[in-house]
Design a protein around this ligand. Structure first.
Ligand code: CP
Ligand code: NVA
Length: 308
């Protein structure tokens, strides 16, 4: 049984296998209606619980559609409507759900909820985002980068803004897929030192550069994310915006990256805040391919979890 909890917790060769399978499965259904079943229906007879303690558009829809395309069934559950963590322990919920479903995907706040779920579930658990990491997003991002530009190994990825959960999973992936990360943002919002050290230990070059123009020099990929994540308090919004404004990704900044650099954003994006519409809708942006690839990447993740 394989949990998919974080990119650094999964073997590099297995991660590569997941990306390759995602790509092959995507090719196999090109041009087919979204609701058409995959020929082999690898999840036939499987029931998947999708638990959300935070809002979601992409994760919710892509997991749901992905399971159905593979012939399985889903139930989408809101954390608020469950006993999760208030009516009973996470461990007990995990044990109970394991009697009904074959796979659990959970989006939650505190990482400890995900880890306790995985510890006590008898079925695989997938991390659909916590306050600390977002591994499914980065699997889709790697698939997207490689579709457009070939192997990500050896490339320079520049993360702009808040060193948040999505940034953390890029750092985890840097070690596993062999690319380098430059973080540019205010010191107060640096990525966790533990994750920076982990990437460095795994052989990736991680650079912290306060000057965004210097940071994007030679970039193959520039990435932005919201300045206020779902776990951040709304009262911090003005302070964060003031700190992060110099790190907006706009045409002037993109001009310092390599001419063929791509722009990515996990979405939802705040137009004219962390990124301008000119960049989001411009020729270097692959944001909607990223969103689509959530579907293909997660289908391969689910197959890997279930060994099917
Ligand atoms: N990128 C992402 O995870 O989007 P949602 O919050 O809409 O799921
Ligand atoms: N950093 C963002 C990502 C959303 C997909 C958040 O956690 O809200």
């Amino acid at each position: 049984m394989n949990h998919f909890l974080d990119i650094h917790k999964t073997d590099a060769a297995e991660l590569r296998g997941i990306i390759d399978q995602a790509s092959a499965m995507k090719q196999a259904r090109l041009g087919r209606p979204k609701g058409a079943l995959d020929d082999d229906q690898p999840l036939a007879g499987r029931m998947v619980a999708l638990i959300f303690e935070k809002p979601s558009t992409r994760t919710r829809v892509s997991f749901d559609v992905g399971v159905r395309q593979m012939g399985g069934q889903t139930m989408v559950l809101s954390g608020n409507d469950m006993q999760l963590g208030h009516g009973e322990t996470i461990a007990d919920t995990a044990r109970v759900l394991s009697r009904y479903v074959d796979l659990i995907m959970i989006r939650t706040f505190d990482e400890s909820v995900l880890l306790e779920m995985a510890d006590y579930a008898d079925v695989p658990v997938i991390n659909g985002l916590t306050d600390r990491t977002h591994p499914c997003q980065i699997m889709a991002d790697i698939l997207t980068y490689e579709e457009h530009r070939g192997p990500i190994k050896g490339k320079k990825v520049v993360w702009t803004g808040d060193g948040n959960n999505v940034c953390a999973s890029f750092l985890h992936a840097a070690g596993q897929f062999g690319f380098d990360v430059t973080f540019t943002g205010p010191q107060q919002l640096d990525p966790e030192e533990e994750f920076v050290n982990l990437a460095r230990k795994a052989g990736a070059t991680v650079t912290i550069e306060r000057d965004p123009v210097k940071a994007v020099e030679g970039a193959d990929l520039v990435v932005a994310d919201t300045w206020v994540s779902m776990h951040d308090s709304q009262s911090s919004k003005e302070r964060r915006h003031n700190m992060l404004r110099p790190y907006q990704v706009n045409d002037a900044l993109m001009a310092h990256a390599k001419p063929d650099a791509l722009f990515m954003h996990c979405l939802p994006a705040h137009r004219e805040e962390e990124v301008t519409s000119a960049v989001m809708d411009g020729p270097q942006s692959v944001i909607f391919d990223e969103a689509e690839n959530r579907l293909h990447a997660q289908k391969a993740v689910m197959r890997w979890c279930l060994g099917v």
